[in-house]
Structure formats: C-alpha cells, structure tokens
Design a protein around this ligand. Structure first.
Ligand code: PLP
Ligand code: COI
Length: 370
C-alpha cells in the first residue's frame, strides 16, 4: 500500500479492505431490530496510524476486530486518549448523511492539543467517518430514531513507561447501530446532584473529550444509579454552586417568559454540537437566549415558584431529553409537571427534522453521503 509517507503534513487516503467474513444478513437483521445503545457493532472499522517519524500513514477501512496492544502501551498507564461521538442519519428520501462533522473534527483537534497529541487533518477525519458509513450502510437500524453512532478515538500506542507525550498513536473509528440512549422509555429523566464529586476544574480537561473525564465521572454516575436516578448532574468545582452539565450531556433551562438559558462555555464544560445547534435554532426563532451561570439553589427556587417551566439535557447520544426531577441529599424538586415541556419537544423536533432532511437546512449542517 502506498500510503506510507515521510511527509508528516500529507493527508493519506483510505484503502478499503472489505471484511471477508461479515455478519450474515439474517443475524444482522435480528441485531439491528432492537439495537439499544452501544452494543451492536458493524463489520468494519477505520484505522490510521501516526508516528512522529512518519506522520499519518497506513489509513484503511478494514474488518472490525481486536487490536493487539503491548502491555506497556502508554495509554494503558497515563490515559492519553481522546474520542468523539457523532451519528450518521438516514434521510427521509432514503439517502444518508452526517451532521456537522467538521465540528467533531475541530473538537477532536482541540482535544488532541489539550492532551499533547497530534491533530488529525479535518479531511482525513471526515473521510474516515464517511467511508466507514458508506461501507457499513446495511447496518442502519430500521427503528424510530435509529442511526449509526460513530466513535472516532485516538490513543497513545508507544511502548514506553516514561511520562511524556507518546511518539506513536492509533486513530480508529467504529460504528454502532443504535436506537435511543435511555432504555427506560420514561417521558423525562431524573437527576442526582453530586455533592462529593466534581467533573472538571478550571485549567483541567472539562472542555475536551478525553476518556479520563468519563472515568472520573463514573463513581458519581454509579451513585446516582444506586440511589434510583438516571443521571448525575455536576456542579462547578470552585464553589460547588453553579450547574455545569451531566456526565455526557449539556443542560438547558426554559422560563415562563419564553427565554432559555444554558451554562456558559467557561472551559469546564464540553462545547456540545447539539447545544450549539439548539442555541442557533432558538435565536432564529427570536427567543431570548442566555449563556450564563445558573446556581443550583436558583434552579430549585425557580422550579418551585413556577418561573422555570422546563429543563432538558442534550447531546448526540441523548438528542434532547427532558429532565423531570432533581434531587440532592438536601432537597428534591420537580420541573413543570415532571414530563416533557412544549418548547423542549419543539426544539427537538426542529433539530431532528433538519438531521433527517425533512426541514430546510439553511446553515448547511447536513453532509449528504453517497
Ligand atoms: N457534555 C458531555 C460531557 C458529553 O460527553 C457530550 C457528548 O458528547 C455532550 C456534552 C454533548 O455534546 P454533543 O452535543 O456534541 O454530542
Ligand atoms: C455522545 O453523546 O456522543 C457522547 O459521547 C456521550 C456518551 C455518554 C455516550
């Protein structure tokens, strides 16, 4: 294969090696009939190597399978790993598309810089995702809200125990046939306010997507589940007062005057692409939109007085998910009637209609695939 190169700035193209033993059609149909989230994987993966000496090289789509890893690979010791989460959608006309993939590419590079990793060229990132979807097009689940969830990730593969940025990396994209993120089917999720744990501190890695952030959130998320709630909500690390985000979703608040608010991007929360898209749609509707800190005691007071009408969480996996109830060791409050609010549902529908090619796409967010 001629993709090996000594020019570290070159962008290789991906060679497609088809899986000689794909899942047979009947088994695939059974798997994608009720896929859930993140357990059903397609036949292929994209894989690209990076080394300081060669740059990006050996780019290919190949059979999905285990990756050999030396026990001294740096990622296993110092967690130099980043990832993205994005979806390929089936369009109403039968085509398929990605949604704002250049934003995922940009955020992946932001994450790479923060973890002292090499940035991948945007074209190579988008091509790897795009070619994987085109190769595994038969895996779209035929269910309401079904899509291919794409997980690009990169980790340090150099065999060395010294603490320093690795000189070698593997970049991989896998695809998973998915339905909804939450299995309960309830109209709204319940949140547990973590008092013992925070997710991200100023100067830390909260604004990027590294595996370490999620590892650090698990004890808090497990506590939420143990206590009977769906998700944990994190407060800011400095004052333990301002609402930041969930382990894997941003938060929005909807008020009785029709205005909406979401915590600002101050370096400790992830700049969600769903968040950005919803802010754009809300501003276009003429809604008053604030990106301002919101204190947990204010959230409680506003929910109890009725000034706050709705809250919702949003992200690629969760799309737009209403929040019904918020609980901490000190208090518990219900938002609205505890179910899905009207504005929440409208914004969700507007977003989904664009993603599915049902509504016009004035911002060119939808990238149609072949
Ligand atoms: N916040 C966190 C911590 C996340 O993991 C995610 C999901 O990627 C989001 C927010 C939402 O981001 P996006 O809308 O880009 O999926
Ligand atoms: C996503 O929404 O893509 C995420 O990465 C969140 C994760 C918790 C599934």
């Amino acid at each position: 294969m001629a993709t090996d190169t000594l020019d570290v700035s070159a962008t290789p193209s991906l060679l497609v090696e088809r899986n000689p033993n794909p899942v047979d059609p009947a088994t695939r149909a059974a798997l994608i009939a009720e896929p859930g989230f993140g357990r059903v994987f397609t036949d292929h993966m994209a894989i690209i190597r990076y080394s300081d000496a060669k740059g990006w090289h050996d780019a290919k789509i190949t059979a999905r399978g285990p990756i050999p890893l030396d026990p001294a690979a740096a990622v296993l010791h110092y967690a130099q790993e980043i990832f993205e989460g994005m979806k390929a959608y089936h369009l109403a006309d039968g085509g398929m598309a990605l949604f704002r993939p250049e934003m995922n590419a940009k955020r992946f590079c932001d994450s790479a810089r923060r973890l002292a990793m090499p940035e991948i060229p945007e074209k190579l990132f988008v091509d790897s995702v795009r070619q994987l979807v085109e190769t595994d097009r038969d895996w779209f689940p035929p269910v309401e809200g079904g899509s291919l969830y794409l997980r690009p990730f990169m980790f340090a593969s150099e065999v060395f125990l010294g603490v320093k940025p690795s000189a070698e990396y593997l970049y991989i994209v896998i695809a998973s046939a998915v339905g909804g993120y939450f299995k309960s089917g309830a109209p709204a999720v319940s949140l547990w306010v973590s008092q013992d744990y925070t997710r991200a501190a100023p100067g830390g890695t909260g604004a990027v997507k590294c595996g370490g952030n999620y590892a650090a959130s698990l004890a808090a998320q497990a506590e939420a589940i143990r206590k009977g709630f769906d998700q944990v909500v994190f407060l800011d690390a400095a004052e333990r007062r301002y609402v930041e985000e969930l382990g894997g979703m941003n938060l929005f608040f909807v008020f009785e005057d029709g205005s909406i608010q979401t915590p600002p991007l101050g370096g400790t929360i992830l700049p969600g692409i769903t968040r950005d898209s919803l802010l754009t749609l809300a501003r276009e509707e003429g809604l008053t939109v604030r990106e301002e800190p919101y204190a947990i005691d204010q959230w409680q007071a506003d929910a109890e007085s009725g000034r706050l009408k709705e809250s919702f969480a949003c992200g690629t996996a969760a799309v737009v998910t209403p929040v019904g109830k918020v609980t901490s060791p000190d208090f518990s409050f219900t938002i609205g009637d505890g179910g899905a609010g009207a504005l929440t549902l409208r914004l969700k529908q507007r977003l989904v209609d664009i993603q599915r090619g049902v509504a016009p796409d004035p911002h060119h967010w939808v990238m149609r695939l072949d």
